[in-house]
Design a protein around this ligand. Structure first.
Ligand SMILES: O=C(O)C(=O)C[C@]1(C(=O)O)C=C[C@@H](O)C=C1
Length: 324
């Protein structure tokens, strides 16, 4: 019994020592990321580690579209239903509201599990001084809706966001309807109810149908049952939460053999998992591209910083666009 107690005491003391060392390492790492002289390049300077994002009763969040939009759902899931919010017509307006301080955070859709990246979002985020500080996934189960009293046989035109139409191609390919893309799925729902035309339908959420008094004509019309859209949370502050485990970067490369291979080897050789890559044409530079890469990792981890340092040194226009 005595022996057991001694062993337990020794274990407790070892655990204490281990925790002390780990805490020391974390502090050291925090200093490294906040010390701009040690930031590996300009594109990584001045990021500050925070325990959690600052959110209180005065916090304002901006999303694109109108109530009933999936962006609004993403906002509520991330910040809670009580959050003060404003909505704007275009994705670019969300960035402007964050940049000019009218909103503390912005919410934008970035990628859908079946239709791919949302066109133009990476360009906007990459070219503006905003930082990705969080992300939220929303399960997207679209419905087809029309004005009360309409039915499927009457429909001639269907409205939705381009992504909404792309996510329902299997269903739509069997219908001879004209497809029109509008700014947002919920905007499509508003258009249909306001115009009161029984030949029009919208593809949007069931929540939007309920909100605007539309009649559901068909449920769950998406190509894949697990259709999910990933939304990003933007801030104009260069911050990241301590627990962040994803890193998004932007860089460009000269049109030379092996350059992308070389860059990606920094990720591979440091044992880091890359989760997505998107290339976008560089305006004014024919056949040259900006790359947006997301990988698992933390700025507080030296292997991740090592990989980023390699990429910084070998690529052009490097920018850390967020860690979340
Ligand atoms: O937020 C909305 O409702 C939108 O219309 C935007 C958007 C998108 O751009 O991906 C959001 C989620 C769905 O994937 C479909 C459309």
């Amino acid at each position: 019994m005595e022996d057991l107690r001694t062993v337990e005491a020794q274990i407790a003391s070892l655990v204490k020592t281990r925790d002390k060392i780990l805490a020391g390492m974390a502090d050291e790492n925090k200093k490294l990321t906040n010390d701009s002289s040690l930031a590996v390049c300009d594109g990584m300077k001045n990021f500050t580690c925070v325990k959690k994002l600052e959110v209180d009763k005065d916090t304002v969040v901006c999303y694109q579209g109108v109530p009933g939009a999936y962006s609004q759902q993403a906002m509520f899931s991330f910040f809670g239903k009580e959050i003060q919010n404003i909505n704007v017509p275009d994705f670019g307006d969300v960035i402007e509201m964050v940049k000019n301080g009218k909103a503390d955070y912005g919410v934008l859709p970035i990628e859908n599990s079946s239709a791919g990246f949302v066109n133009g979002i990476y360009d906007m985020v990459g070219n503006n001084d905003v930082t990705i500080v969080g992300e939220e996934e929303v399960h997207v189960a679209h419905a087809l809706m029309g004005v009360p009293g309409s039915d499927l046989s009457r429909i001639k035109t269907v409205y939705s966001h381009t992504q909404g139409l792309l996510q329902c191609t299997n269903y739509l390919s069997r219908k001879p309807w004209k497809q029109c893309s509008v700014a947002n799925t919920a905007v499509a729902a508003v258009k249909v109810i306001e115009e009161g035309d029984k030949t029009q339908a919208a593809i949007a959420s069931e929540l939007a149908a309920e909100l605007y008094g539309l009649q559901i004509l068909a449920k769950d019309i998406v190509n894949n049952d697990n259709n999910t859209t990933r939304f990003i949370i933007l801030s104009k502050q260069k911050i990241f939460v301590e627990k962040a485990e994803n890193i998004s970067i932007r860089f460009s490369l000269p049109d030379e053999s092996g350059t992308l291979y070389n860059i990606l080897s920094h990720i591979n050789l440091n044992g880091i998992n890359m989760t997505s890559i998107e290339s976008r044409p560089l305006t004014g530079r024919k056949w040259e591209y900006a790359f947006f890469v997301t990988m698992e990792g933390s700025l507080l981890d030296s292997r991740t910083r090592h990989a980023l340092q390699g990429i910084c040194e070998d690529a052009m226009d490097f920018r850390l666009i967020g860690t979340y």
